[in-house]
Design a binder for this molecule. Structure first.
Ligand SMILES: C[S@@+](CC[C@H](N)C(=O)[O-])C[C@H]1O[C@@H](n2cnc3c(N)ncnc32)[C@H](O)[C@@H]1O
Length: 323
């Protein structure tokens, strides 16, 4: 049974309230909620796994694989591709591994397989058969210890930032509004392919520095900025050691692990007048907010974005201002 939309909202806003509870500003800040335009069929990438012939999702915090024949939160092309994967690969799988599905050319899907052990000839044949399915643009197969993958078809993926396109537009707009970068020096950390960078750059900051560790994402971000006539300094590097300088606004969107190493750097404080923190993990968000509020900040905005309806995951945005 799935909780209805109102129950999911209350549960997830509870995660956000808990993350901020007791911190300066939290008691005076009523959390806002942004629903996903699509409650189902919204997710445009997925990571599955197999163990033996069982194909599905890994159970939470476990290596166990739950057999999943259909996933209703995936966008239609990924749903069709998952059916093809199960049909074509199940009998050829052994050991364990991972299958990532992402959109590729022509709204068809790229399946990237990573095996724990050397692939068998049967798996090679099955990958070839999978690549011929109309839902599939391409397939790649590699072992977990690296090395060049074997490929079939067109295995180039369309790089998106957030998994749910429908709600991402609102997230980007809100980040830019709350950052209010006009005429200010802005530091954006964990910038990916520039999802927020473009919106920040278009609001005429006096300077914008973005940091991302993936050089390919940095290149895409730079090219997109250039294509739109926007300016920012985008650098490939570790966001926990940002370029030295004085910034009025910091925007960050770290992976699940959060940004503890960054927040624990003495040089960051006394820091910007506001920090816009986008998080996909309320536990690490809470830990980092505790550090920032201990350094003289208070919370003045809390927003839950329902990026992942029907799941226990939440995308949160918290703004901190100097107390
Ligand atoms: C949650 S994504 C956010 C991307 C972007 N803000 C967006 O909306 O698409 C986190 C990003 O942080 C990058 N990343 C992870 N660890 C990093 C680090 N130590 N330094 C810089 N970037 C890092 C990842 O490559 C990824 O692009």
């Amino acid at each position: 049974m799935i909780a209805d939309a109102a129950a999911q909202r209350e549960i997830k806003l509870g995660f956000l309230r808990d993350a901020c509870r007791g911190l300066p500003g939290a008691a005076d800040t009523e959390p806002r909620w942004v629903s996903s335009p699509d409650a189902f069929g919204y997710r445009r990438r997925a990571r599955f796994a197999w163990h033996g012939n069982t194909l599905g999702y890994r159970a939470l915090h476990s290596k166990h694989v739950n057999d999943i024949d259909e996933c209703i939160v995936l966008v239609p092309p990924l749903r069709a591709a998952w059916t093809a994967v199960r049909t074509r690969l199940t009998d050829a799988l052994a050991g364990s591994g991972e299958i990532q599905l992402q959109l590729g050319s022509g709204r068809r899907v790229v399946a990237a397989l990573i095996t724990g052990a050397d692939p068998t000839p049967a798996l090679f044949d099955a990958c070839g058969a999978l690549s011929a399915d109309p839902s599939i643009a391409g397939v790649s197969l590699r072992t977990a210890d690296g090395g060049a993958p074997a490929t079939w078809g067109d295995e180039h993926v369309v790089l998106f930032s957030q998994a749910n396109a429908g709600i991402n537009d609102t997230l980007v707009r809100t980040v830019a509004e709350l950052a209010a970068p006009e005429g200010l020096r802005v530091l954006e950390l964990y910038s990916g392919i520039g999802n927020f960078t473009l919106a920040l750059a278009s609001r005429s900051p006096s300077a914008l520095v973005a940091v991302e560790q993936d050089p390919r994402a940095v290149e895409i971000c730079q090219a997109t900025l250039e294509g739109r006539g926007l300016r920012a300094r985008v650098t490939a590097g570790d966001a926990s050691q940002p370029p030295k300088g004085r910034y009025d606004v910091v925007v960050l969107d770290p992976p699940r692990q959060g940004a503890r190493a960054l927040f624990e750097r003495d040089e960051l404080w006394p820091g910007p007048k506001r920090i816009v923190y986008v998080s996909c993990d309320t536990a690490t968000l809470s830990r980092d907010l505790r550090i920032a509020t201990g350094r003289g900040y208070r919370i003045d905005r809390m927003i839950g974005f329902d990026m992942f309806p029907q799941t226990a995951h939440l995308e949160s945005l918290v703004r901190l201002v100097r107390a």
